[in-house]
Write a protein that binds this ligand. Structure first.
Ligand code: PGA
Length: 244
């Protein structure tokens, strides 16, 4: 297993120059951590080419896939289409859930990922902060429950990013101890209910080069999903290399 997992979610941003900066800044990096760059679809081909030709340590992920693998779905992208470039895909990001993506569709997408050898990065999390953490547990349990029925191959592995929606993109990061508590809940739920080889739990929501260590210090957190701060490759590199 890798020590830590760091995901750069560029969302609907970026260009070739930004990808080149990523390649450049990670040029001499050789720690045993997994770094996954998730650019927009249109940059996956270029990113894959430049990663291979530079023998870069970076891995690639898509930001979403359709649950069907082909067909008449104008404007959509399938697992088949990203597979030549991308080892991972984010699934169920809150910015997609807010556009109407249901737990049922998200579950179908996870199945499609597993069938097509794409490793899913499942995002879960509550919309509104509640003082009562049990309420948050209930919401997350509802989001994870469908996995009980689908994961049959115990050799598979899953990344789960806990991303409280109220903490995304606003410098209002979640309290690290609370993240730790929720990670413990996710760990025990998945251990007791899901037949899978490995689950890694990440935190995402206003992670930056000042607060990142506080999350990685939590027992069951071994990765970070970074949005805004990933648009500055040197900031993202600081997060990965632990320099404040
Ligand atoms: P943020 O985004 O780091 O800008 O909060 C995280 C995410 O939405 O994945």
């Amino acid at each position: 297993m890798n020590n830590n997992i760091y995901i750069a979610n560029l969302k609907m941003n970026g260009n070739i120059q930004l990808i080149d900066k990523y390649i450049n800044i990670f040029k001499d990096y050789n720690e045993n951590n997994l770094i996954i760059l998730c650019p927009p679809f249109t940059l996956l081909g270029y990113s894959s080419h430049i990663i291979n030709s530079n023998q870069s340590i970076l891995s690639l992920g898509a930001q979403n896939i359709h649950h069907e693998t082909e067909g008449a779905f104008t404007g959509e992208i399938s697992a088949n289409l990203i597979k030549p470039y991308s080892e991972f895909s984010i699934i169920g990001h809150s910015e997609r859930r807010l556009n109407g993506e249901s737990n049922e569709i998200i579950t179908k997408k996870i199945i499609t990922c597993f069938k097509n050898n794409i490793k899913p990065i499942l995002c879960v999390g509550e919309y509104n902060y509640s003082d009562n953490v049990d309420e948050t547990f209930k919401i997350i349990e509802l989001q994870l429950k469908p996995l009980k029925n689908i994961i049959l191959d115990s050799q598979l592995s899953l990344l789960i990013a806990y991303e409280p929606v109220w903490a995304i993109g606003n410098n209002n990061a979640c309290d690290p101890d609370r993240v730790g508590e929720i990670a413990n809940f996710i760990k025990s739920f998945t251990t007791n209910n899901i037949n899978i080889n490995e689950v890694n739990i990440l935190y995402g929501g206003s992670v930056d080069d000042k607060n990142h260590e506080d999350y990685l210090n939590q027992k069951n957190i071994n990765g970070l999903l970074v949005g805004s701060a990933s648009l500055d490759p040197s900031k993202f590199f600081k997060i990965v290399t632990n320099n404040r």
